[in-house]
Ligand binder design. Structure first.
Ligand code: G
Ligand code: G
Ligand code: MN
Length: 537
């Protein structure tokens, strides 16, 4: 790139102007000396007198004015050259600023940060640094729900909050998307740094005011402190990234410091991601079926479909180990559709009154073809939409109430029933329950496992059940493991039971009560033989 400032002695424009001036002045002086020496003027006068008709005297007079005109012309050209130089310097500074800053927030960009980080690392032996990697929580959902304008507003406001909470001896940078980095220099020790990070983390607790209203958005922060110059900027960033991922897992506004070994977890995650991609393509994510029992007459009404990953060695990997990764990497959609297809093929062979329930992740709310694609799969398999039930977790409501409402309405319009899953573990309000048109409410298994002996569990189950019934919802209890628990929940009027007592999730939907009798030894496909072992391995 042309650089106006880097040539020695100025720009090529200036150099040339100066050289031209020198040549002209030198040539002029030389000619003058020559003319004086040979008395050229006398010669010209004589020549002019001899050729009166040529009007040489007039031409000579005109030529005497010429040097002045030339001088004025040169001065003007030199001024223009200067102006152009100034303009170029400004343009170049602007281009430089653009190449080093994020245009939306005005913060330093990745390149800028990397340079600053490399410099700070070089001095880290004497002056340690702390790097924070900040990833906004729920940003994608808000962006999808409120539009990109709102997303931009959030990013700008986040940048302002970060800048307001770090001192002058810090660099705030936007890496891209909803990821920010704060580089704190001259960090004395980890005790003094903690309150500063807490302050930054707390600044995200306040709701954000947008043109379209106010939203809550949090941030997950990964932190790492560097006190050696023998580390690369890339390693420092990936340490902070691994720590940030740890913070993200806690699903609230918090921060986490990097610890040795976290990189391994990050590498393992990347491995799982690529293996999962392959498993989905190869159809190794299988539906397993857990019976749902009508408590009034102890009759099978259908099954919940639970995803299982069949590994190459035949063992099973459980959803807790891959659903979160599928959600983060956007693989959840493909995984889900594959599962619906396989489940639909199995459901065709069931007795026609049996239903099947599928779990939908909140990440899938942004899939605008979700309902259409499900219907398409059902139609192709020849299954009535009324046999499908969708389970949405309570946490999904908190992120996206409006989105959840639209989706629930769409499902209901198609005759697909919708259940609120894991009730009691999230933060959904009673208002959500009355405003959203659910058919069923599934009380989380943590309230059930000890319900026969624990008074507060009893109160909770009883209260939720009567409230749900008043709102016209059926109640499903998850995690029924013992006859005692079954008798308790039946006493409270719960409608449907699910749990190991009635049957574990299994590769082939067995009729009930045969399903309940299946034990680990008698069935190779039952996951609680090899499955749980694979899970804990
Ligand atoms: O199946 P358990 O057997 O371990 O399942 C653990 C959790 O994973 C449950 O809360 C369940 O809702 C969730 N889960 C199981 N299968 C699926 C799936 O296909 N999609 C989504 N989003 N969640 C699932
Ligand atoms: O999506 P949901 O959270 O409803 O998934 C049900 C989860 O509960 C699955 O992980 C399933 O394996 C598990 N589960 C089902 N029945 C029981 C049970 O009786 N006891 C326990 N502890 N877990 C169960
Ligand atoms: Mn469920």
């Amino acid at each position: 790139m042309f650089n106006a400032r880097s040539e020695p002695g100025g720009t090529h424009l200036e150099v040339r102007a100066r050289r031209d001036a020198l040549v002209i002045f030198g040539g002029f002086t030389a000619l003058l000396i020559l003319f004086i020496n040979i008395e050229a003027f006398e010669y010209v006068v004589r020549f002019s007198d001899g050729h009166e008709s040529w009007e040489l005297d007039e031409i000579l007079t005109a030529m005497m004015v010429l040097p002045f005109a030339m001088a004025i012309f040169s001065i003007r050209r030199l001024r223009e050259a200067h102006l152009e130089l100034d303009w170029r310097i400004t343009a170049e500074e602007r281009a430089h600023a653009m190449a080093m800053h994020d245009p939306l927030t005005g913060l330093a960009n990745r390149r800028n940060l990397t340079q600053a980080l490399e410099k700070a690392i070089a001095r880290a032996d004497v002056s340690p640094l702390t790097l924070l990697l900040i990833d906004l929580n729920r940003f994608k959902a808000i962006n999808d729900l409120h539009g990109h304008q709102a997303g931009d507003e959030l990013l700008i406001e986040s940048a302002k909050r970060l800048q307001a909470h770090v001192g002058s001896n810090a660099i705030v940078s936007r890496l891209g998307g909803d990821e920010f980095v704060v580089l704190l220099k001259d960090v004395a020790n980890s005790e003094t740094i903690l309150p500063r990070i807490e302050e930054i983390s707390a600044s995200f607790d306040e709701p954000f005011t947008l043109n379209s209203g106010s939203v809550s958005m949090g941030a997950s922060i990964g932190a790492t402190t560097v006190d050696t110059s023998h580390i690369s900027a890339g390693t420092v960033l990936s340490q902070a990234d691994a720590a940030m991922y740890k913070a993200k897992l806690r699903r609230s506004n918090c921060f986490h410091f990097f610890e040795a070994g976290m990189e391994m977890a990050a590498i393992r995650r990347a491995e799982i991601e690529s293996a999962l991609r392959k498993a989905i393509d190869e159809g190794r994510i299988e539906p397993h079926y857990q019976p749902l029992i009508c408590l009034k007459d102890n009759r099978l009404i259908g099954y919940e479909v639970l995803a299982r990953w069949r590994l190459e060695d035949g063992s099973l990997r459980m959803p807790d180990d891959f659903i979160a990764i599928a959600e983060e990497t956007g693989l959840i959609g493909d995984m889900f559709y594959g599962l619906v297809e396989r489940a639909a093929a199995d459901v065709r062979n069931w007795s026609p009154e049996l239903t099947f329930a599928m779990n939908v992740s909140p990440v899938q709310f942004s899939d605008e073809w979700l309902v259409e694609r499900i219907l398409q799969i059902l139609t192709k398999a020849g299954i009535a939409p009324g046999r499908l039930e969708i389970e949405i977790t309570e946490n999904a409501l908190v992120t996206d109430v409006a989105m959840a409402r639209t989706l629930i309405e769409e499902f209901k319009k198609q005759g697909i029933r919708v259940a609120l899953d894991d009730f009691g573990t999230g933060y959904s309000s009673l208002r959500h329950l009355s405003e959203l048109d659910f058919d069923k409410l599934k009380i989380d298994r943590s309230f059930i496992h000890n319900v026969a002996h624990n008074e507060s569990s009893q109160t909770i189950v009883r209260t939720i059940t009567s409230m749900a019934h008043n709102l016209g919802l059926q109640v499903v209890v998850e995690g029924v493991e013992t006859i005692e628990n079954a008798l308790s929940v039946m006493g409270y009027g719960c409608d449907i039971g699910q749990g190991f007592l009635y049957g574990k999730p299994m590769a082939k939907a067995k009729p009930y009560p045969e399903a309940a009798a299946t034990d680990e030894a008698s069935d190779d496909d039952d996951e609680d033989g090899g499955g749980r072992l694979a899970h804990s391995a």
